[in-house]
Design a binder for this molecule. Structure first.
Ligand code: AHR
Length: 496
């Protein structure tokens, strides 16, 4: 089978946004405790942060990290997590039926971000709380000093303001599962008033209004329209959240799940622009795709929540296989292809909880299969995103109808080097990909890797951490430029 794409620097979409490579740390399961933080661990630093996880976070190429939730934030009292540790209360976390010890709070999180070299992105609680607590948290974090709350931060050891720019106005407020779930009108009004008050403290913040928790939500579309009618002037982003899983053994549909993400993005852009037109506004609202991933949600929903309110129980610990990584790579390609309007994104989550990094308490840390597409895209996507006009054989799926086997995008770095990111969704054969790069003038394939495996359900484990990892792709020709993409594979091709 043959596929074809064209690289032309004139097919420019937008700059590559570093914030596309954000992730998410929620107080959920073992993401914080025994994930980023484990004081007794052999690799722990003086602050109790696991150095092995810090190293892997840097290797992953993470730009921003959203915190502290997620569903958790909708019941969170941020004050519980600051000040002397021995005085911090233990609380019931209703979202995950766990006990929160509050050993980690905003000051420690920001300290961890500095070590990891990432930008913190905060969410405020608009479930059980409101305007006052959001403004208090902002003042605590960002005001230099000289007020009760900023001085409290200084007294707690953070002399410099945290300088957090990006703030989420609540989390998934359209979801019935959310503590303090609201209608679009209730949420839109509250988000507007909260944003206005936060901007009185600091007009330069970047604020995210909650969009839909998925494109299959009954309120999808109507929710964004109503929320944005209330908030258009005071927010910069509307959020999208999407999770995908293989259902009933339908691998073909699963590998094409980025089709839904494309539809999701197009619909939200159209809705936001429609509201802008109605309001006669020239302002443009972008998308923060601040939760996306493969998540075997149906397994999680079938499991009983923990009954005895444990501390940091293993929750949502999906172990990803090759097919998951390929579907995941397709989602990354879609985010990049839409860089004109998706200007921020957060992979949910970073460690242990539906995560690219796994750890054993007290033990090893390793890269899941999904680590690799993320790390490669973050490392090699720079400069500008280019459309590639793919021409590809297609196949029939139960969920999305006919879909192309090839899904691809390219980026062009400042030095002119081009990288193609490509997924072969076909389960039964390779794709011979011909690249028309005449517009670049006499380039060659300077390197090509592929992430694939004879067993599409092969996983990495602590004992076999590199079973699924990118390997050099030997099937490359230079005249014409041609690369053979194995079935069910994620591929990175460098031209120069
Ligand atoms: O990422 C896991 C959960 O998924 C988050 O807490 C929530 O926002 C979403 O439903």
């Amino acid at each position: 089978r043959e596929a074809h794409l064209t690289i032309d620097p004139a097919f420019r979409v937008a700059p590559v946004r570093r914030r596309t490579f954000g992730t998410f740390v929620e107080h959920l399961g073992r993401c914080v405790y025994t994930g980023i933080y484990e004081p007794g661990h052999p690799s722990a630093d003086a602050d109790g942060f696991r150095r092995d996880v810090l190293d892997l976070t840097r290797e992953l190429g993470v730009s921003t990290v959203r915190y502290p939730g997620g569903n958790f934030v909708s019941g969170y009292r941020w004050e519980d997590g600051v000040g002397p540790r021995e005085q911090r209360p233990r609380r019931l976390d209703l979202a995950w039926h766990s006990t929160e010890t509050n050993e980690i709070g905003v000051d420690e999180f920001v300290a961890w971000c500095r070590k990891a070299g990432v930008e913190p992105m905060m969410a405020v609680n608009l479930g059980t709380r409101g305007i006052a607590e959001a403004v208090d948290l902002l003042e605590y974090c960002n005001h230099p000093s000289g007020t009760a709350l900023s001085d409290q931060r200084v007294a707690n050891g953070a002399k410099e303001p945290h300088g957090i720019r990006m703030w989420c106005l609540g989390n998934e407020m359209d979801g019935f599962w959310q503590t303090g779930h609201k209608t679009a009108r209730e949420y839109g009004r509250l988000a507007n008033e909260t944003a206005r008050a936060m901007r009185m403290v600091d007009p330069d913040l970047e604020l995210v209004a909650c969009g839909s928790s998925g494109s299959s939500m009954p309120t999808f579309g109507a929710w964004e329209a109503e929320v944005l009618e209330h908030t258009y002037d005071v927010v910069d982003f509307v959020s999208c959240h999407a999770y995908y899983e293989e259902k009933d053994g339908d691998l073909g549909s699963f590998l094409a799940c980025s089709t839904d993400m494309e539809y999701f993005i197009r619909s939200v852009v159209a809705t936001a622009d429609h509201v802008g037109a109605k309001l006669k506004s020239r302002k443009r609202i972008d998308i923060s795709f601040d939760e996306w991933n493969i998540w075997y949600l149906s397994r999680h929903q079938a499991a009983e929540p923990p009954r005895d309110w444990p501390v940091a129980p293993p929750l949502l610990e999906d172990h990803y296989h090759l097919a998951d990584a390929v579907a995941f790579g397709g989602l990354l390609i879609t985010l990049l292809r839409n860089s004109d309007r998706v200007t921020a994104a957060s992979l949910a989550q970073l460690v242990n909880v539906i995560a690219p990094i796994m750890t054993e308490p007290g033990g090893r840390a390793w890269r899941q299969t999904t680590f690799h597409p993320f790390a490669q895209a973050s490392r090699h996507a720079s400069g500008e995103v280019l459309r590639v006009e793919p021409v590809s054989p297609s196949y029939e799926t139960a969920e999305y109808g006919e879909v192309p086997m090839l899904h691809a995008v390219a980026t062009r770095a400042e030095d002119g080097g081009v990288t193609v990111f490509a997924v072969n969704r076909s389960t039964d054969g390779p794709l011979s990909l011909e690249i028309d790069a005449r517009a670049l003038g006499g380039v060659r394939v300077t390197g090509a890797t592929t992430l694939t495996d004879a067993d599409v359900y092969a996983r990495n484990t602590a004992d076999q951490p590199d079973r699924v990892a990118p390997r050099a792709n030997p099937d490359v020709e230079h005249d014409p430029l041609r690369v053979l993409l194995p079935p069910v594979s994620w591929n990175v091709i460098h031209l120069g």
